[in-house]
Design a protein around this ligand. Structure first.
Ligand SMILES: C[S@@+](CC[C@H](N)C(=O)[O-])C[C@H]1O[C@@H](n2cnc3c(N)ncnc32)[C@H](O)[C@@H]1O
Length: 336
């Protein structure tokens, strides 16, 4: 699969996040900084920056906004549970395929016992690095010294794609299709409770590449919580529609139909050696995890007529939670 196309899926993720922030589903104090960074630097990273920039700030349909909200909220709930559970202890979050995710800025500011590692392709890392180093608020939220840059062309040209190695934040280039180096990196990390997040990233690996990555994580992290959000092909025609839509964008996701049900997706983790594996689809999570007042709040934000469409969509995304080497019981309800 073309690397540029896989990288560009981050634009969709960011535009969905931007849409729900502008509709007040979430408060995201750093999203405008990231979007401004895109406006400054995208021309150095993308052949059609204008087209991307205009689609970035387009408001999405209510059904997409609801889906994005439950995706982000459910992951945030698990992260909050993790941080509460190990309150005061040194902990770490590793975000695989972090793209332009903005979580790290708020989390680093609020939790000084937390180390954050974000991983993506080298060019994506260089791009995010430029945005962070050129924005006072973003840099300072991560305890990174800020310097004004007058000539952006020169700044970008001279920027290495080695990433950022700050005391509590690392932005690292790894192509996770080959997890040998990444596994070696994980093996050398100091031992502490570590939450690994894969938010719509694992699906871009082939089945074999994904298995190797899962194995590298399970082997090299001794105290882990693993949160994976992925599309799920399902056993209806929706999966084929998803495949056709992806094909039109030159994306093919090997594992979408291979692990098309919750049972098969769970089994996949068990076969690697993960013992505690909980999983559900996003429709159940929407109904089971959100407080009634939050459901009422989001219902008031914009009118949603397509309830059946939302159900169908959310049933085709899953959230999988696993942990090993530490206690991590939660009250969260999972179907399996
Ligand atoms: C759909 S985006 C999701 C971005 C972010 N996790 C979010 O949810 O906002 C997928 C991200 O995974 C990254 N990615 C996909 N395959 C990867 C690989 N083999 N190695 C590193 N990053 C990868 C892409 O570059 C992109 O940033």
């Amino acid at each position: 699969m073309n690397l540029q196309i896989i990288r560009s899926t981050d634009h969709d993720a960011l535009s969905c996040r931007y849409s729900i922030a502008s509709k007040q589903y979430i408060k995201d104090p750093y999203i405008s900084n990231i979007v401004q960074g895109f406006q400054k630097f995208l021309k150095f990273d993308n052949k059609s920056p204008r087209r991307v920039l205009s689609s970035l700030v387009k408001t999405k349909f209510p059904v997409i906004n609801r889906g994005t909200y439950i995706r982000i909220k459910s992951i945030d709930i698990i992260i909050e549970n993790f941080l509460e559970k190990f309150n005061g202890r040194d902990v770490r979050i590793i975000n695989l395929g972090a793209g332009s995710d903005t979580r790290s800025f708020s989390l680093a500011k609020q939790h000084n016992n937390l180390d954050i590692i974000e991983v993506d392709f080298p060019d994506s890392i260089k791009f995010k690095k430029a945005i962070i180093l050129d924005d006072k608020e973003l840099a300072e939220s991560l305890d990174i010294p800020f310097h004004q840059h007058s000539n952006l062309d020169e700044f970008y040209k001279e920027l290495s794609n080695e990433g950022i190695l700050a005391s509590r934040y690392q932005l690292l280039p790894f192509d996770l299709r080959n997890s040998t180096d990444f596994g070696e990196f994980l093996r050398k990390l100091p031992e502490k409770p570590t939450l690994i997040l894969s938010e719509c990233m694992l699906c871009y690996l082939s089945s074999d590449e994904a298995d190797k990555l899962l194995l590298a994580i399970h082997r090299n992290i001794s105290q882990g919580v693993f949160v994976v959000y992925d599309p799920l092909g399902g056993d209806d025609s929706f999966g084929n529609v998803m495949i056709d839509n992806l094909k039109m964008r030159n994306l093919s996701l090997d594992t979408l139909l291979k692990y098309n049900t919750l049972e098969k997706y769970q089994e996949r983790f068990r076969n690697i050696g993960f013992q505690y594996v909980k999983i559900d689809n996003l429709f159940n999570i929407l109904n089971n995890w959100l407080a009634p007042e939050d459901l009422k709040r989001i219902a008031r934000l914009e009118f949603l007529d397509e309830i059946e469409e939302l159900k169908l969509l959310l049933e085709h995304y899953c959230l999988c939670l696993s942990h090993w080497g530490l206690e991590f019981e939660t009250n969260l309800i999972f179907q399996l």
